[in-house]
Design a protein around this ligand. Structure first.
Ligand code: KG4
Ligand code: ZN
Length: 357
């Protein structure tokens, strides 16, 4: 440990306050994630003002726990890495301000990390040498649906992105519409196997211009039309009532208030999202002659996506804990920057719309 590069990562871009210590860009010594699901769940989405307030409450104990679990004190660290963006500006500010203060007091280098690059490094950290370049990265979460070419040395080229909703956002909006609460991805994933994924035919999005771009707003509207053609008020109310009594219902409890036809809709919706994601991922992998494929971000937890994502080229997913937002991925992405001496100044600002390429 004496000669290891020990980086503390801090992540607060959305609704998770996270801190982690990673040694040499690959060994996770600790990874703490304080989720705000109970705060935002009842609103059916993240409320930015509440998120900032929760980050303020959580940041100090979360960083403390990450250090304790790693058996380290601040002066033992080599650097502190923090998410610079993209994300909610008020949320980002909490992590950035705290990271700056710690670096100032303990005379540590500060490293700024792009959240999207963090998601890509969640995979690289675990797969190590297995990832061969050029790689195709599909980053798919509540905030992003992006395809990148990743070259040796971590150079990125944007190949396509969503023109409207992110895939995770589509899961969340459909779940909210049907009374399944927030976030939508995990519950739809659990219920989809009980429905017929080919029962409802949705038209695939056709993109003018760049065929590797995504669009999920049409699919979301098609689901809305489907619900408007039926009277679902009783079942939606039953699900909302279930959520009020139990914020984390079991699959059996959900099934008791969800008729077959709605299960078919969920399965068909999920299948359409998977088809849209994989179709473009395969096309772009072919276009760049990818030697490996990285699929990361919260939607990478989806079991249907994981099951169907196989190709001649090796496909890498992060472990479940590293798919959704976490700080280990931020510390891992900072490791090559640490070696390059790529430090941030104390003038570092939150950049809500930061892009990777
Ligand atoms: O990466 P993440 O934690 O936060 C962002 O950077 O956005 O991703 C959260 C998103 C949410 O939209 C959530 O519904 C989705 O990931 N998600 C899933 C699953 N688990 C989380 N979507 C589909 N299937 C899942 N199992
Ligand atoms: Zn994320």
């Amino acid at each position: 440990m004496a000669n290891s590069v020990l980086i503390l990562g801090i992540e607060s871009s959305c609704d998770e306050t996270a801190a982690a210590v990673v040694a040499d860009g690959k060994r996770v010594l600790s990874s703490i994630v304080a989720s705000q699901l109970d705060t935002h769940g009842k609103y059916g989405g993240v409320v930015p003002e509440l998120a900032s307030r929760e980050h303020l409450r959580a940041i100090v104990p979360v960083v403390q726990s990450a250090l304790e679990e790693a058996g380290l004190k601040l002066p033992d660290l080599s650097a502190i890495a923090v998410t610079e963006g993209p994300g909610l500006v008020g949320s980002l500010l909490v992590g950035i301000t705290y990271a700056k203060a710690l670096c100032f007091v303990h005379k540590l280098p500060l490293i700024a990390v792009n959240h999207i690059e963090g998601h890509i490094h969640a995979v690289i950290m675990e797969a190590g040498e297995g990832v061969e370049y050029p790689a195709l990265a599909l980053v798919v979460s509540g905030g992003h649906t992006h395809l990148f070419e990743v070259q040796e040395g971590f150079h990125y080229r944007l190949l396509g992105k969503t023109r409207d909703d992110a895939a995770g956002e589509a899961f969340d909006k459909v779940a909210k519409l049907l009374g399944f609460g927030y976030p939508g991805g995990p519950v739809i994933d659990k219920l989809a196997p009980y429905g017929n994924p080919r029962a409802v035919r949705f038209t695939p999005a056709k993109m003018k211009g760049n065929p590797l771009d995504f669009s999920f707003s049409g699919l979301k509207t098609a689901v809305l039309r489907w619900t408007e053609q039926r009277d679902l008020s009783a079942e939606i109310e039953a699900r909302k009532d279930l959520l009020r009594r139990n914020p984390r219902p079991s699959v059996e409890e959900w099934l008791a208030v969800t008729p077959r036809e709605t299960l078919d809709l969920l399965a068909s919706f999920q299948q359409t999202v998977i088809d849209e994601l994989l179709r473009r991922a395969w096309a772009s992998a072919e276009e760049i002659g990818a030697r490996s494929i990285i699929i990361s971000g919260g939607v990478a937890c989806n079991s249907g996506l994981r099951r169907e994502a196989s190709l001649d080229v090796p496909v890498f997913f992060p472990s479940f804990g590293l798919s959704t937002d976490n700080a280990a991925m931020i510390a891992a992405a900072a490791f090559p920057k640490f070696h390059r001496g790529q430090h941030a100044g104390f003038d570092l600002r939150a950049n809500a719309n930061l892009t990777l390429a």
